[in-house]
Design a protein around this ligand. Structure first.
Ligand SMILES: Cc1cc2nc3c(=O)[nH]c(=O)nc-3n(C[C@H](O)[C@H](O)[C@H](O)COP(=O)(O)O)c2cc1C
Length: 168
């Protein structure tokens, strides 16, 4: 497989758990784990394929560590990169902003020329609005620990199998 990294905040508990499970789905050492809290533009650009962990915070916003990286991301040429997003959100607590962080991140990545992969159907989720929607799909994997934690394992493994088909 081409050079692939999974980037998420190592200071999180839930996002980290999901990231570890995703990484376990690939063969040993195929996917390098990188802490989003220390990410630099140079490191980001050194990977051909990226999996980014993006929980939504602050009523529809990115967490601080991604927000701080945004200005750098907005200046990058991401053409030729394949990027998959996994998002964490709470559809009951924040039904009007469910998974918005994924949508905010997806917009910037696409604008910079990245190819987004790993879109998923919205069946099985109930919410009012989400910036993560692209047509009738989410622009990534949607994980809701608060309300549907028992479905995580199945959702993650199905998503990893899809990524294996599109990652080179
Ligand atoms: C203060 C706060 C604001 C949140 N805002 C949103 C939101 O706007 N939309 C959403 O889908 N989830 C929201 N959530 C839910 C989180 O995304 C969810 O708890 C997620 O699992 C957090 O992952 P992390 O702890 O690994 O960062 C919020 C949670 C908190 C505590």
């Amino acid at each position: 497989m081409k050079k692939t990294a999974i980037i998420y905040s190592f200071n999180t508990r839930k996002t980290t758990k999901v990231a570890e499970r995703i990484r376990e789905g690939f063969a040993d050492d195929q996917v390098v784990a990188i802490n989003a809290e220390d990410i630099t533009g140079e490191t980001f650009l050194s990977y051909d394929q990226l999996i980014l962990g993006v929980p939504t915070w602050f009523d529809g916003e990115l967490p601080n560590y991604w927000d701080e990286f945004m200005p750098e991301l907005e200046g990058m040429d991401l053409s030729g990169k394949k990027i998959a997003l996994f998002g964490l959100g709470d559809q009951v607590g924040y039904p009007e902003n469910f998974l918005d962080g994924v949508g905010i991140m997806a917009d910037v990545l696409e604008e910079r020329g990245a190819t987004l992969v790993g879109f998923t159907p919205t069946e099985g989720y109930t919410f009012e609005s989400s910036l993560a929607l692209r047509g009738d799909r989410f622009a990534g994997l949607a994980i809701d620990y608060e309300n549907q934690g028992s479905m995580n394992k199945e959702r993650i493994s199905a998503w990893v199998e899809e990524l294996k088909k599109v990652f080179e």
